[in-house]
Ligand binder design. Structure first.
Ligand SMILES: NC(=O)c1ccc[n+]([C@@H]2O[C@H](COP(=O)([O-])OP(=O)(O)OC[C@H]3O[C@@H](n4cnc5c(N)ncnc54)[C@H](O)[C@@H]3O)[C@@H](O)[C@H]2O)c1
Length: 397
């Protein structure tokens, strides 16, 4: 008998190969077992173009209303895509739009399977990374200094009173300068989203910065994090997890020796660099999940990878593909489990956890797609095609 998922889930459909996988997951793994109240938004590139991208905004607002969403990978159009799909314009990244409407933070977490050993021997549990996605060098102003001269940092208050001017450097010859910023509101939202994630996942929260050198900029991040964590001290104690601040170099050194199992909150640049280090250390993009969490505790689950365009072109030609559906399956199970927790329906949470266990079990038995077969130990005799893998999961489920 099908299990009823009480509350609504906002479903955001997407593009190319991940759209094909999306349907297979729904048809073969979810529909036979669950009765879901899905609020469907087609974020496929054609529909975004037809609606002048209003559909993306509507989907984000639906997540704010209902609390839980699941998103398929989507094309962020560049000039080539505008031509390929005959678009009115190069619409913005849907993920960027949704993230800014939710004021959310993206957390990435790898899926661990025994026969895909991490590159780092000590890593036994997933390391989640939370990247602050606003400001710093990504919103900076840069200038190539052509010759000798004085660079200053000037702040003019809106009130017109006071104001400061600080000497950056007295150049004797050519050089380069950069001005960057962040806002208290954004840092606070980031800290809150990290704290919500850490309490929800019951994992320790690490935050690293370089406040010994940057005694104002980085120190401000530390101050906001310390303050927000202090305000949730009781919740941390109740969840049995801890908040730790470390210098960023110490955090990097400790990550390499740790077992994992923590959330590592990173400033924008650190997160950009470290998330790729951690992702490749755990094996494959096809095993990396991603969730957007707002400071108010709204969640959008997705796979960390894109639309797997190259496989889609093969698929369209009628050629067989071996695309990894694991991260997309886990996007669904993440959303379903979250819904079950909000609705207090343990049978829904149990279904999601069981589906995850089945997927891991199947890979550990040697059934996997080509991307994993290349890095598995031992290597399987053959790899599974896209549909074969999902069929194997459906059968075992
Ligand atoms: N979150 C998102 O919606 C998101 C994220 C990244 C890229 N994109 C979009 O996806 C499209 C393709 O981008 P891309 O090629 O840079 O990124 P991609 O993640 O689709 O592919 C990157 C590489 O990893 C491989 N790969 C990724 N996922 C895989 C999987 N599940 N199974 C097997 N191999 C996998 C691909 O074959 C490719 O070699 C672009 O239009 C881009 O805008 C969307």
């Amino acid at each position: 008998m099908a299990i009823t998922v009480k509350g609504p889930i906002v479903e955001m459909d997407g593009d190319e190969m991940t759209r094909i996988i999306w349907n297979m997951i729904k048809d073969k793994l979810l529909a036979p077992h669950l009765r879901m109240d899905l609020r469907y938004y087609d974020l496929g590139i054609k529909h975004r173009d037809e609606t002048d991208d209003r559909i993306t905004i509507e989907a984000a607002n639906a997540v704010i209303k209902h609390g839980v969403g699941v998103k398929c990978a989507t094309i962020t159009p560049n000039a080539a895509r505008v031509k390929e799909y005959g678009l009115k314009q190069a619409w913005k990244s849907p993920n960027g739009t949704i993230r800014s409407i939710l004021d959310g933070t993206v957390f990435r977490k790898p899926i661990i399977v025994k026969n895909i050993p991490p590159a780092v021997r000590s890593w036994k549990k997933p390391i989640s990374i939370g990247r602050h996605a606003y400001g710093d060098i990504y919103r900076s102003v840069e200038y190539k200094v052509p010759a000798a001269g004085k660079a200053e940092l000037v702040f003019t208050p809106a009130s017109g009173k006071g104001g400061v001017s600080l000497l950056v450097h007295e150049f004797k010859g050519p050089g380069v300068i950069m001005g960057m910023h962040n806002t208290e509101k954004s840092i606070q939202s980031f800290a809150r989203a990290c704290i919500n994630y850490s309490l929800g996942e019951k994992c320790d929260l690490w935050f690293g910065a370089k406040d010994t050198i940057s005694k104002t900029y980085h120190a401000f991040f530390k101050e906001v994090f310390d303050r927000e964590a202090e305000a949730r001290k009781k919740d941390f104690a109740q969840a049995g997890v801890a908040y730790r601040y470390m210098l960023i170099d110490d955090a990097v050194a400790q990550i390499m020796k740790a077992e994992g199992g923590m959330l590592w909150a990173c400033m924008n640049y650190d997160g950009d660099v470290m998330s790729d280090m951690v992702a490749s250390g755990f094996g494959s993009l096809g095993l990396m999940t991603s969730v957007l969490v707002s400071p108010e505790g709204k969640y959008v689950y997705e796979a960390a990878h894109g639309t797997v365009m190259r496989h889609y072109y093969e698929h369209v030609k009628g050629n067989p593909t071996s695309t990894n559906s694991v991260a997309s399956i886990f996007a669904w199970t993440g959303a379903i489990a979250r819904r079950g927790e909000l609705d207090r329906t343990p049978e829904v949470v149990a279904f999601a956890k069981n589906l995850e266990a089945v997927v891991v079990n199947i890979i550990e038995r040697g059934v996997m797609t080509k991307d994993l077969a290349a890095i598995a130990e031992p290597k399987p005799a053959k790899y599974a095609l896209t549909g074969e893998f999902i069929d194997a999961v459906a059968e075992m489920l």
